[in-house]
Design a protein around this ligand. Sequence first.
Ligand code: CIR
Length: 254
Amino acid sequence: MRFTNAIVRTPGRNLMTGLTGADLGKPDYVKACQQHRQYIIALEDCGLEVLVLEADERHPDATFVEDTAVLLPDRAVITRPGAPSRRGETAGIRTTLERYFTRIETITAPGTLDGGDVMQVGRHFFIGLSKRTNPAGAEQLRRILDGCGLSSETVPVTRHLHLKTGVTGIDEETLLATEAFAMQPAFAGRQTLPVPAQEAGGANILVINDKVFLPAGFPGVRRQLLDHGLAVMELDISEFAKLDGGLSCLSLRF
Ligand code: CIR
């Protein structure tokens, strides 16, 4: 899968009031903006055209744009985020995506779905059933995917916020996964690079064309990726991790 575009949203000054289950302290707004800038530069270095949306001061978690949409080759699916405080984020994303996609679908009530629970591996999609994504939302997405000739299956998410918090598809055969996911029957038959138990925060990596980005501070994960023959670059996203955010959450890629 090769990407040409990305959409990101500048963090708002309200960032420190975002949702979190992490016990890592409050994010520093200025530092978060610096880290976000480095993230944009990294995407641009991959050859992507990056659309930078302005901060949304009404929605503290709006910088985590990945959760608001699922992008398919011929259409965009606007999600219905599981957290009520995030539902208002989708209106702006819809307007933005209308510039790029002629066909837009929408997850509707009672369904809930966060983009962080949707992992594409080739033409197959894994959909996490989490605190944010419910069976009705997953079923709506399954039908849309089915209509596009794309297969999917659900995966229970019990120990992480989202599916992709704990597992990343590196290529069609290889996953990087925490212990919680390595044993999942859904992932049997694929090679799994294990994330060390004390480095669960390093499971969400970003694979963009031929480049691989890893959050800074996870030497065991870095070693796994290097041993697999991947050239990895580290990005410091400490301020976003304080809000349970990983590398993939900060962009929509297509
Ligand atoms: C939230 O709880 O919704 C945000 N603080 C973090 C969202 C992270 N998104 C993602 O993993 N895709």
